[in-house]
Design a protein around this ligand. Sequence first.
Ligand SMILES: [Zn+2]
Length: 132
Amino acid sequence: MGGVVVLSGMNTHELRDGDVVLTHGMRVRISGDGEVSTSHPQDVAGAPCLWWAGVVENLDDVHAAGVVPRSFVRDGLWTVQGNGLARWTVERVDDDSAIGCGWFLGCRNMSVGYRHHPILGDVPACGRCKTL
Ligand SMILES: [Zn+2]
C-alpha cells in the first residue's frame, strides 16, 4: 500500500509529475515534465532551468498565513522554477517501488536514483547524498 513520503534535497531535475513542492508554506502540485526556460543560459552548471505552473493546493491557508502576498499567487498558481542546483522538499506518492537512501547509514530520505560506489556498485541514494 502506497503512502506519501516527504523527500528533501531534491534538485529541480528530479522533480516529477504529481509531486507536491513545499515552499513558503505552500503546497504546490506540479504536472508534467516541466518546461525548459529559454530566458536562462543553457551552457552553465545546473542547466537547464525548468519551470512548472503549479497549483497551490492550500490557498486558503496561504492567504491566512500572510507570508506570501496575495498578488504573488495568480489564479491559484505558483511558478516552481530552478536549475539542477536548486534544492526542494516535496511530497510524493510512494508507489511501493520507492526505496530508502542507502548511501549513508541513518539517512532517512527516499532514494531518487543511484550513485556509483567503488566497492558496492550502484547504491540507491537520495538527492542530497547523490551530490555530497
Ligand atoms: Zn541520503
